[in-house]
Ligand binder design. Structure first.
Ligand code: G6Q
Length: 538
């Protein structure tokens, strides 16, 4: 048995689960009129109500004990102080240094990284301002109107999500697009209505070797060169990378390269130079406000006691359902159109971090690890998959996220949006009993169909408005939730070996698909047949 499931707090949680698994939220709220106030917390501009969770005070105390037994505080401090906690890659994990608004140095191998971080931020701000005030111009002298970020995974999802989230703060005269897929359609559709003379490409790749990004970057270069000639490349291409040699090889002047470091993981890189497209869109001041929101949540996570620590509480609740109730997924439901990519972003953030089945020490786990993360903005999901949440057979813990004020106060839209958010959490928790259905005059078989069991757990996360600061806090909240869960599950949340095999095999299959001569195929019979079909049908 692994050391996790042997821990006294884990064992206690197991027997406690047997005691409370059938308790209904209806009973829990009836027993304690003050329940909401016992399970509500505010931090870094965010309000979390977790009273609609299937927990008692004892549950939380046992979960807090588990966190302590797993040395969460020590391990959190190790991350913040630059220890090489990404053991399989021998790297520190210091995305928190990128938004360190304090004056403390942070050391990696005896070197204070803070001056480097500030230097790159200043360089980004200078560049963003030049694009915004049109002092950086295209080769033919036209102002830049279009920004295309070419990157994938961690070099795409963060800026793409943040750009949408902070659109109200963006310069609306700029067109900002994100190209990630190696499918040529993505690039072709992104540039089809653009003037190359007004278009700037940001090639965002930590390694500058990623197949999709380099393929898209080369095709973008051809598109530009065809219109403006080879000499135009320097005005229309900049890079965000850790690999200066490869950037130069591509033909981008390294003076126009924005650096980051191997201690920034791809999916945690939004606040590094990977956020350059966002900074161009919203301006350096708003970007700084976003960083200060991240920093506020970083401080909260680093300093608040476990019992009042928002990311820790959310992480422990996730463990409670994942490991004791057997929930397989977790749904994120932002009631704000600007957060339309939020669930996608944390699908990577969470599943690439904690979708693992061996511990840091390489031992196979004998417990469940990271859940399947999915989601959709409200209210769209209500007319689609919420049926399953309310009356299906699966337990799906949910996060509802909403803002008191809208950036688009159009008639009563916002009140309607919020009323739906609140109504859903109420309906999920309390359901509708048979007696209530019958009291409405419903009879026969319809009674069962119209009954809602309820007892579906939800978090409600609220803030006044989706500002850059609040956005930063919200993203950091989920990052630290993922970190906390990784510690408890004893994983390395900062590597991603699981994406390697497919990459290697694709490299082998590419020439088999494209070779003029019929290749000799040595795969299994299914793979051979698929390649043969595609060769014939191409
Ligand atoms: C994220 C992963 C991965 C990575 C992409 C792009 O944590 O490492 O999604 O960001 O594979 O990599 P490059 O930035 O090196 O192109």
């Amino acid at each position: 048995m692994s050391t996790l499931t042997e821990k006294p707090s884990w064992q206690k949680l197991k027997s406690h689960y047997e005691e409370v698994k059938n308790l209904h939220l209806r009973e829990l709220f009836a027993e304690d009129k003050e329940r909401a106030s016992h399970f509500t917390l505010e931090a870094a501009g965010l309000y979390l109500d977790y009273s609609k969770q299937r927990i008692t005070k004892k549950t939380m105390n046992l979960l807090f004990a588990l966190a302590r037994e797993c040395q969460l505080e020590e391990k959190r401090d190790a991350m913040f102080s630059g220890e090489k906690i990404n053991s399989t890659e021998g790297r520190a994990v210091l995305h928190t240094a990128l938004r360190n608004c304090g004056d403390k140095p942070i050391y990696v191998d005896g070197h204070d990284v803070m001056p480097d971080v500030r230097h790159v931020l200043a360089k980004m701000a200078d560049f963003a301002s030049k694009i915004r005030n049109a002092s950086w111009r295209g080769f033919s002298g036209k102002a830049i109107k279009n920004i295309i970020n070419i990157g994938i995974g961690g070099s795409d999802l963060g800026p793409a999500m943040a750009y949408e989230a902070l659109k109200p703060y963006s310069d609306r005269s700029l067109t900002v697009r994100f190209v990630s897929n190696v499918d040529g359609t993505h690039l072709a559709e992104a540039v089809r209505d653009l003037d190359p003379a007004e278009t700037l490409f940001i090639i965002a790749s930590k390694t500058f070797t990623t197949q999709e990004t380099m393929t898209n970057a080369r095709s973008a270069r051809e598109w530009l060169v065809k219109a403006l000639g080879e000499a135009a490349v320097k005005n229309h291409f900049v890079a965000v990378s850790t690999a200066a040699d490869k950037v130069a090889e591509f033909g981008i002047d390294t003076a126009n390269m924005f650096e980051f470091w191997d201690w920034v993981g791809g999916r945690y890189s939004l606040t590094s130079a990977i956020g350059l497209s966002v900074m161009v869109a919203i301006g350096p001041e708003n970007f700084q406000k976003m960083l200060s929101g991240f920093y506020a949540m970083d401080r909260h996570f680093a300093e608040a006691p476990i019992e009042q620590n928002m990311p820790v509480i959310m992480a422990l609740l996730g463990i409670w359902y994942n490991n004791f109730f057997g929930a397989e997924s977790h749904v994120i439901l932002p009631y704000d159109q600007y957060l339309l990519r939020f669930a996608d972003y944390f699908q990577q953030g969470d599943m690439e971090s904690n979708g693992k089945s061996v511990t840091k020490e390489g031992e196979a786990v004998d417990y469940e690890t990271g859940p399947i993360i999915w989601g959709q903005v409200g209210t769209n999901g209500q007319h689609a998959f919420y049926q399953l949440l309310h009356q299906g057979t699966k337990l799906v813990p949910a996060d509802f996220i909403g803002f008191a004020k809208s950036h688009n106060p159009l008639g009563d839209h916002h009140a309607k949006l919020l009323s739906n958010l609140v109504a859903q959490t109420e309906a999920l928790a309390f359901g509708k009993t048979r007696a209530e259905v019958e009291a409405e005059g419903v009879t026969g078989v319809l009674v069962a169909h119209k009954t809602f069991a309820g007892n579906h757990p939800t978090n409600t996360i609220l803030a006044k408005e989706l500002t850059p600061e609040v956005f930063g806090s919200l993203v950091a909240l989920y990052e630290h939730k993922i970190f906390t869960q990784g510690i408890i599950w004893q994983l390395n949340s900062f590597d991603q070996w699981g994406v390697q095999l497919g990459k290697v095999l694709a490299g082998r299959i590419l020439p088999e698909l494209t070779a003029a001569e019929e290749p000799k195929l040595n795969h299994d019979s299914s793979t051979n047949a698929i390649i043969t079909y595609l060769r014939k049908a191409r």
